[in-house]
Every structure is written in C-alpha cells, then in structure tokens.
Design a protein around this ligand. Structure first.
Ligand code: CMC
Length: 542
C-alpha cells in the first residue's frame, strides 16, 4: 500500500526537479527517526482519504491526467517532495520509475502488447527472434531486416562461448541448480569482455547503436548456448558447438509467414540441437516441428512484461553503469526466485505433490492450506493482472497441442528428452492443473482477491511433457526474457531522465545512542542466536 511520509520541513526543489536540495541533501525523508513501534502503529491505521481539494491539487500537478500506474494521473515525486512528502511504497506497487514505449499491460482487462502489437497476434504469427527485434528497435522488421538480425544472432552463436566461461560452468557441482549455473555463467561472460566494460573501458562504450547491438547479439546468442551447456553438465556431457545453418535443425520454428518469409535461422532449433545432440560429431538432434514451435512461442510469450522484478533489476544495475552482461546476470538472479520466474518450477512441484496425494481428489484439502496462509497457490496471482493473464490462455492452448504431439509419439526426435521424447506424466498433471484452476476460480478466497492463473501455471507442464528437468524451466524463461532485458537496457541508456537508482527508506531504528564497551553490556545472550527481527508469518508472505 502506498503511503505518504511527511518530512520535517519541505525540501527546496532542485533545477532537475528531483526535490534534492542544492546542497545535495536528501529530498523528503523524515529528518527525525521514528521508532519501529510508532511506524507499525502508523502503518496499521487505515490510510485517510485525501480531501477533494488535495486530490484536485495533485491532479493539477499531474503529468498525465489518467492512465498512470494505478489507473490515475502520474505525479512527479518531486511535486510531493516540494510539499515535504515522500511516497512510502514497499514493492513499488504504485511507483513508475521510467517512461517506456516497449510493452503495454492493462491488468484490469487482461491486455498485453509488445510495441502496440497484441500478444495473441504475435504468438500466432510471429516468432521469438522477430519479437526480440520488435522489442529492441520498436518496429517489426522487413524481410531483409529480419534476416539480417537472425544472421547476426546466428553468427554470434556460431562463435560459441568463450572457453573460460564454459570452464566456469564445468567447475560447478553437477547437481547445482541450473539457474545458479546460469547466473554464474552470465557473470563470467561479463568478465571476459573487458573491452566493452564501462568499468574498464570507460563510460562511453555503449554510446552508439552499433555498440549496443554488440551487447544485444552477445546476450541473445549466449543464452541458449549457456543453457545447453548447463543442461549437459548436469548429465556429465560436455557441451557441443553450434552447427552451421542446417534447414533441418534451424529452419522450422516460428509462425507461418513470419518476417515475410525467408527466415534463415531458428533459435529454438539451434537450442534443441545443442541440448540433445549426443556428442560433437553425432548427427544433429532434430525435434518435431510442434515442439520447436511450442518452445519458440513460449520464448516469445516470456520475452517482455514491462517492469517486472528482473527487468527492473536490469535497469537498476544499468543505472550504476555496470556492463550489460553483468546486468543481465543480476536480472537472471532476480528471475530465479519462486515468486517470479521460479514459479514455473514451483508449480510443477505443487502439481506433483497433488498427484502423489491423490490427484484431483486432493485439491480441496490443498486449497484449504492455501486459504489458511500456509502455502501459496503457485502460478496464481499477479501484481498487475486482476484478470486472467492473457499469456496463460495461450500457454494452456499450447499445452494441449504439445500433449497431442507427444502422445502420438510422432516427435521425430533422436533426442533423449528436451527434443521431445515426452515426460509421460504431462497429460495427468494438466488434468490436475485444469481442475485446480476451476476449483480456485470458483472459490471466494481467490475471486475476492482477483487471483487468476498467470503465465507460469501451465508452462511447466509443457516443459515436463517435453522431458526437461524442472530446474531448467526458469532457464527457459530467462532465455525468452533476455530479449526484454536487452530492450529495456537499451531504452534506459537513451532515457534523458535516467539516473542512478536509489530508493529512499523510512528509518525506524534506534535514535542516536552512545557506544557501550563490551564489558559494560551485561551477560545475556550466551552465544545463542540473535533475536528474531521478523515474524515468520510475514516471511511466508514474501
Ligand atoms: N496464493 C494464495 N494467495 C495469494 C496468492 C497466491 N498465489 N497471490 C496473492 N495472494 C493473496 C495475498 O496473500 C494477499 O492476500 P491478503 O490480502 O489476505 O493479504 C492478496 O492475495 C493480494 O496479493 P498481493 O500480496 O498484493 O500480491 P503481490 O502483487 O504482492 O504478489 C505475486 C504477486 C505474483 C508475487 C503473488 O500473487 C504470488 O506470490 N503468486 C504465486 C507465485 C507466482 O505464481 N509467481 C509468478 C508471477 S507471474 C510470472 C512472473 O512474474 O514471473
């Protein structure tokens, strides 16, 4: 819930409109400490409604009269700062930190568009690399532009990963979570390119579009290569190098007619070959077109979702001037958590436990535990959608297509898993997922909170049906989202209002006190644990 904190004195506004004082003093935080108890009491009280005159004054000061984050006008924080007020907004539920032209979401109506194009049309007719182009450059590519873009990605992928990055992955324990390995591998990749690291090569290394493109292609190429290396490492298999363009492997993904035809390279085909080819010299792993297409569509559906936790992380890291790949490593770390991209894996765990407990019959008891606040219904709820997530509708449809292909045993893959051998239990789990969704939507707990399935609810069952390890699900999410991360990175660099990200806090700790020598501190504690600082009930909400 967003609250306003009153400051002791209104700060003078700066020429940049930030509310910072000319001396550089912080803008509008309270100048006297508040005790934790007083803060808790203030937060527990229902927030008063602003009087109509105050609302009118804020609306008059708004940048836009409507359509803001919370559906209302957008007010610059500096306007509040000039009035001695700071916004208190844990989780940034109602705080816009950037202007963006990339992705539009209307959470109330279940609308998602990339650069104005409805996600449903893109999922049906476009493909991942075309969406990546659209996100970064703002327009759909012509046939020639699309082909050139694909060729750049193919060339960057064809160069392979630096040997020392692969060595870093190989040095990890085989049982490491694939997302830990991805974060590590991306951080290592950031480290090997000193020539494009602002910390080493100076602040202007990304000044030109061409220099930004180098980063874009490096990241887009590295993601499937790293993901495949990580997947193979878990199986004790060394990575294989990308094959030169082969229509059998690289030519089957994407929607019919995407990019105006003549698409020379399938990102998903490349990835599946790298995953499942037996060894360097073996024939390429060729997956069923339905599988290739399904994975490509999932990458596209995950490609961007405006300022979610991981994308906000990219912008936050870029704001400090760190190199692009390290910013992406940080974003991948943010994605890993079960409330964000890690939910895909968590949903599968939840469905698996339900299957073990009796399947559909176990749903009522499970929902009762959710309603008691003991566990969350994973794959449900969203910060922005108060409606069915439009991606969830598309993913559910896709799940049935994949199950049909897998059940028909016609996947045509020579692979042992990721290429489409089928995980067997997928159809059973999707039946549980469908029943779980139905039961939750009919339940007042979820209806009253407007909790609906999100993109992660059905994604995992598809990956499971394809035989992918659960830990890889978030890695696949990261491959798709890397397109959005790079688009936001580029947009951030071009933003004249961009500044280092630095949220404020409300200090509720001890007031100034004198240091006490250790011999004068009493005898309590006995080396035991420090006192708890947080109620476990609060932690379970995170
Ligand atoms: N199961 C049970 N209760 C829930 C759930 C859920 N999945 N999601 C929200 N709630 C409750 C929440 O406890 C709160 O109840 P109350 O008002 O009684 O305190 C109410 O609904 C409002 O939720 P919120 O805390 O305001 O939600 P949020 O916007 O802070 O969090 C979320 C959004 C996605 C983290 C959360 O819905 C969640 O934890 N969902 C499960 C994890 C998940 O599926 N994450 C994937 C999100 S979509 C893809 C992505 O971003 O990666």
């Amino acid at each position: 819930m967003v609250r306003l904190l009153s400051a002791a004195a209104p700060p003078p506004s700066s020429p940049r409109g930030s509310g910072a004082s000319p001396t550089g003093a912080p803008p509008s935080a309270p100048t006297t400490p508040t005790t934790a108890a007083a803060a808790a009491a203030a937060l527990a009280a229902p927030p008063p409604r602003l009087p109509p005159s105050a609302v009118a004054a804020l609306r008059a000061a708004a940048l836009s009269p409507s359509g803001g984050v919370g559906g209302g006008g957008l007010v610059r924080a500096s306007v509040l700062g000039a009035a001695g007020l700071t916004v208190y907004d844990p989780g940034y539920t109602n705080t816009a930190s950037a202007t963006s032209t990339i992705t539009y979401i209307d959470g109330g109506r279940g609308i998602l568009r990339y650069r104005g194009y409805p996600i449903e049309q893109l999922a049906a007719r476009s493909h991942f690399l075309e969406a990546a182009y659209l996100l970064s450059y703002g327009e759909l590519p012509t046939a020639a532009q699309g082909a050139a873009f694909s060729s750049r990605v193919a060339a960057a992928a064809g160069a392979g990963l630096p040997a020392n990055v692969l060595a870093v992955v190989a040095a990890l324990p085989r049982g490491v979570h694939p997302m830990s390995a991805l974060v590590t591998g991306l951080a290592a990749l950031g480290g090997v390119h000193a020539e494009t690291n602002p910390a080493l090569a100076g602040p202007h290394v990304y000044d030109t579009p061409a220099a930004q493109d180098v980063q874009l292609f490096r990241v887009l190429a590295a993601m499937p290569l790293l993901a495949a290396a990580i997947y193979r490492h878990a199986r004790g298999r060394p990575p294989v190098s990308p094959r030169p363009y082969d229509p059998a492997i690289h030519g089957t993904a994407g929607g019919a007619g995407a990019a105006g035809g003549g698409r020379p390279f399938s990102y998903t085909g490349l990835f599946l070959d790298l995953l499942e080819r037996r060894s360097e010299g073996s024939p390429s792993a060729v997956a069923h077109p339905v599988v290739v297409r399904a994975l490509d569509t999932l990458l596209l559906l995950h490609a961007d979702h405006e300022l979610n936790c991981s994308t906000a992380t990219v912008r936050q890291l870029a704001s400090s001037g760190v190199d692009a790949t390290t910013a992406v490593a940080g974003a991948a770390a943010a994605l890993y958590g079960p409330l964000h991209g890690g939910a895909t894996e968590a949903v599968l765990g939840m469905l698996g436990r339900l299957a073990a407990a009796g399947g559909v019959a176990a749903i009522p008891d499970f929902l009762a535990t959710v309603k008691r606040g003991e566990v969350k219904l994973m794959g449900f709820g969203h910060r922005v959608y108060r409606q069915y997530d439009p991606r969830a509708t598309l993913v559910r449809r896709l799940a049935y297509e994949v199950f049909e292909a897998v059940a028909a045993g016609s996947d045509g893959s020579d692979s042992g898993g990721g290429g489409g051998s089928g995980g067997g239990g997928g159809a059973g789990l999707v039946a549980i997922a469908v029943a779980l969704e139905k039961a939750a939507l009919a339940d007042d707990y979820f209806a009253s909170r407007r909790l609906y399935p999100n993109v992660d609810f059905y994604t995992g069952v598809i990956y499971q049906a394809l035989g992918l390890d659960a830990g890889m699900y978030t890695v696949l999410f990261a491959i798709g989202r890397s397109a959005g991360w790079m688009a936001h990175w580029r947009e951030f660099l071009a933003d004249p209002e961009a500044r280092i990200a630095r949220p404020r806090q409300w200090y509720v700790g001890a007031p100034e006190r004198a240091y006490v020598d250790v011999h004068a501190r009493g005898r309590g504690g006995g080396g035991g644990p420090a006192p708890a600082v947080k109620n476990p009930a609060v932690l379970s909400k995170l």
